[in-house]
Design a protein around this ligand. Sequence first.
Ligand code: HEC
Length: 133
Amino acid sequence: MIRFVFCVAALALITSAGTARADNAPATSAMAAEGGLQSSNGETVYHTVCQACHMENAKGAVGAGHIPALAGNANLAASGYPLTIVLHGQKGMPPIGDYLTDVQVAAVINFVRSHFGNAYTDELSPADVKAAR
Ligand code: HEC
């Protein structure tokens, strides 16, 4: 009988652990939408997320590593290039798009491509971001 009770308890534990994990997964992927950054404003996303590495003026930094300037950067001419890097990362740049919504990724890339001395006016849409994920 004791063994039976133990088994039921263990089973309940396993089941609840499984449930917790299942509940957790969508919560993590929806972090940006729910617990994390709320704003869909590209400027706000830049200053909240990208600035930490690329600096407030987007001029990048050289220190322990090299962080390229986004200011006046001809690599931003084609929107697909920053889109791929933000979504998938590259070397020291983490795939930060995993934590942002499609709207936030489009907004921050449109912001960077049209500020800091960049004047690329064609815009990415959230649908473009979704398709590239
Ligand atoms: C944790 C630091 C970090 C954060 C946060 C970060 N980046 Fe980067 N980023 C880097 C590094 C390091 C590189 C250089 C990667 C390499 O060596 O190829 C880079 C490269 C880039 C490039 C390519 C530049 C080029 O000329 O090749 C773009 C575009 C870019 N980041 C955009 C962004 C945007 C937009 C954000 C915010 C959504 C962001 N980054 C957030 C570190 C960061």
